[in-house]
Design a protein around this ligand. Structure first.
Ligand code: MN
Length: 211
């Protein structure tokens, strides 16, 4: 569906923003990457070849980042970033740094530890990738968390003092809230069950669902 979506959007878009957790897991080896990632990367390559920009705001499934993604042509942002989009100040973030639940903080610490990265790198990629993917699959089967949605919304409300639009992800739950005539909190949802995305086209700001 993502391939079909990118293909259909390609003639219409100017800049594309990815809000993290694009791949089930991104662990950068020095020489290899998973076969499954080839087709989506090829679709993004076509968009880059059209001369369009793709911004990639990292999430918590991007475990280690080398130079592959930026050499590929993505503009990589390591944390929440404010963009000027059609004259509006738009804050884009994945949302994992706002997630203060105990369980996710535990995983966050485990997955950002340099020692663990070193040990993980010793595994054969076939083994390492399938291990990482089964953990990721487990985490995405968790039901949507109201508590997380609350944390994300509170953060957005605070940030709306200095920006016009806050767009987050991470909770897998699409949200579209017009707070004031020119202030929005949006959660882009996910591409696991909702296939949702956000468009900003001049004055039209929308949360849409790909069928
Ligand atoms: Mn996430």
């Amino acid at each position: 569906m993502l391939l079909r979506f990118l293909d259909e959007m390609r003639p219409h878009l100017t800049d594309l923003y990815i809000l993290g957790d694009l791949f089930e897991i991104w662990f950068e080896y020095s020489l290899v990457f998973p076969k499954d990632y080839f087709q989506p990367l090829a679709a993004f390559h076509n968009i880059l070849n059209d001369g369009k920009k793709i911004h990639y705001v990292l999430g918590n499934h991007e475990i280690t980042i080398g130079n592959f993604l930026s050499n590929f042509g993505f503009i990589v942002h390591r944390g929440p970033t404010v963009f000027d989009i059609d004259g509006r100040r738009v804050l884009l973030a994945h949302g994992n740094t706002i997630d203060k639940r105990l369980w996710t903080s535990f995983w966050e610490n485990l997955l950002t530890s340099r020692l663990n990265h070193m040990l993980f790198r010793l595994l054969h990629p076939d083994l390492g990738i399938s291990l990482a993917q089964s953990i990721a699959r487990f985490s995405r089967r968790q039901p949507p968390s109201k508590r997380l949605m609350g944390m994300l919304e509170n953060y957005a409300m605070r940030r709306l003092n200095d920006v016009d639009i806050v767009i987050l992800a991470h909770s897998h739950s699409p949200v579209f809230k017009k707070i004031l005539p020119n202030k929005y909190y949006i959660n882009a949802g996910d591409w696991v069950t909702h296939f949702s995305y956000v468009t900003i086209d001049g004055d039209r700001i929308s949360l849409k669902y790909f069928k």
